[in-house]
Design a protein around this ligand. Structure first.
Ligand code: NAI
Length: 387
């Protein structure tokens, strides 16, 4: 049976003034694969309904809470095909659990949950029920990140020796959480954010990116967390040393106080015969440095790129693509994976190598091990439970 497109999307959170919900809506629209038809968009039901109206959502599919959303959508023949969860971290688990138990496929924001216990339970639930759970690790949507992954896998840089990955931000360099910034307020509240501050918020992106491109499995880590802004309850700077299976070493830096960095995600992978570097503020380029010293700038859209990069590219080289297109690649991939599953076939390239529940669990386990390591009185190397 072939499935009709566009797929119907529901959304929890992402209401007026929220950040990532709007990025989800743009990304979902870009390729015409999804149509937003229902939602419970705000923690305040009234605001949520008002926002739904502004988005052209029918009143009978605008819900006050996620429980009402589930009750209303389950009863419909044209129920949503998947639900995007765009709420603060501590709500991901109860919302995703309720949706999965009601039979919905889910697209969940990272980190998957605020606690490791919740992440384990959610991943188990996804496996047991067979529901699709995609996790929006944005940086794995970029075509040149896929190109890097393919090049590492086919041996272009030989065995990996060292991985350097960083995610520096500057927006929390002062105590904006004490001055009414809603996004910073929940991110610095351990009950709402989870135990890891910068490491949970953006370190999880960096950790996923490094593992995604290299395929390396983390064996042990040791970490040093710092809180530089006075009165803040969670780390705003993290350094993590990593030992991968097979002997490669890694260093991860996440920071919310790195002045001069808007969104400086950077990955560098050094192998025995070459290196690859990618920087998200120049996302259309991948730098390849082979052993002979002839450094190459590999451009998105170039002819000889991998199929994995090509299927995630929309415009010719020179016309910049970026963050929104990368996010849209995740949405197009989720659509392909969901449809392929229902049609009983293997997904095409776009629907492969997607971040799923287990990747989400790995991220939360990483955060847990980082915080445990940093809190230990003596320096300690720890092994995250999910590697
Ligand atoms: P935000 O604070 O801007 O927005 C949260 C929204 O969720 C608000 O509209 C709020 O009213 C709503 N909400 C809260 N509880 C709710 C509930 N029980 N039911 C319905 N709506 C509810 O937060 P932001 O920055 O958009 O972050 C949301 C999530 O997205 C977080 O988990 C964050 O880590 C993640 N995120 C991911 C990014 C990525 O690159 N993939 C980038 C930024 C955030």
């Amino acid at each position: 049976m072939s499935i009709a497109k566009p797929l119907r999307l529901g959304m929890i959170g992402g209401g007026q003034g929220a950040y990532i919900g709007n990025i989800h809506r743009i990304a979902a629209r870009l390729d015409g694969e999804w149509q937003l038809v229902a939602g419970a968009f705000d923690v305040n039901p009234e605001f949520g309904r008002e926002f739904a109206r502004s988005q052209g959502i029918d009143d009978d599919r605008s819900y006050g809470t996620y429980d009402e959303f589930i009750a209303g959508e389950v009863a419909r023949e044209d129920r949503v095909d998947a639900v995007a969860i765009c709420t603060p971290n501590f709500t991901h688990y109860p919302i995703a659990k309720a949706l999965i138990e009601a039979g919905f496929d889910v697209i969940c924001e990272k980190p998957l949950t605020a606690t490791l216990e919740d992440a384990v339970q959610l991943e188990n639930l996804a496996t047991e029920t067979g529901r699709f759970v995609g996790v929006t690790y944005t940086y794995s949507g970029y075509p040149m990140v896929h190109e890097a992954r393919v090049r590492v896998a086919r041996g272009d840089i030989g065995n990996i020796r060292t991985v350097q990955v960083e995610y520096p931000l500057e927006w929390m360099a002062t105590a904006i959480e004490q001055k009414g910034n809603a996004q910073a307020a929940w991110r610095t509240d351990p009950k709402k954010n989870g135990r890891g501050g910068s490491i949970g918020d953006i370190g999880t992106h960096a950790y996923h990116l490094a593992g995604f491109v290299t395929g390396l499995k983390l064996q042990f880590l040791t970490a040093d967390l710092a809180t530089f802004v006075e009165g803040r309850a969670l780390d705003d700077n993290a350094h993590v040393m990593m030992r991968y299976e097979g002997g490669a070493r890694g260093l991860l830096w996440s920071s919310q106080v790195a002045l001069g960095n808007s969104n400086g995600v950077r990955l560098r992978v050094f192998g025995e015969t070459g290196s690859l570097s990618w920087y998200q503020e120049q996302p259309n380029e991948l730098i390849y440095a082979p052993l002979d010293g002839c450094v190459q700038v590999v451009k998105r859209g170039a002819e000889n790129l991998s199929e994995d990069a090509k299927v995630r590219t929309r415009t010719p080289p020179g016309h910049p693509e970026g963050y929104l297109e990368a996010f849209a690649n995740l949405y197009a991939g989720f659509a392909e994976a969901i449809v392929a599953r229902r049609e009983g076939r293997a997904p095409e390239a776009l629907g492969q190598n997607l971040p799923l529940a287990y990747d989400g669990l790995k991220g939360v386990a990483f955060v847990e091990a980082v915080v445990d390591s940093s809190e230990a009185t003596e320096p300690v190397w720890l092994r995250p439970i999910a590697v």
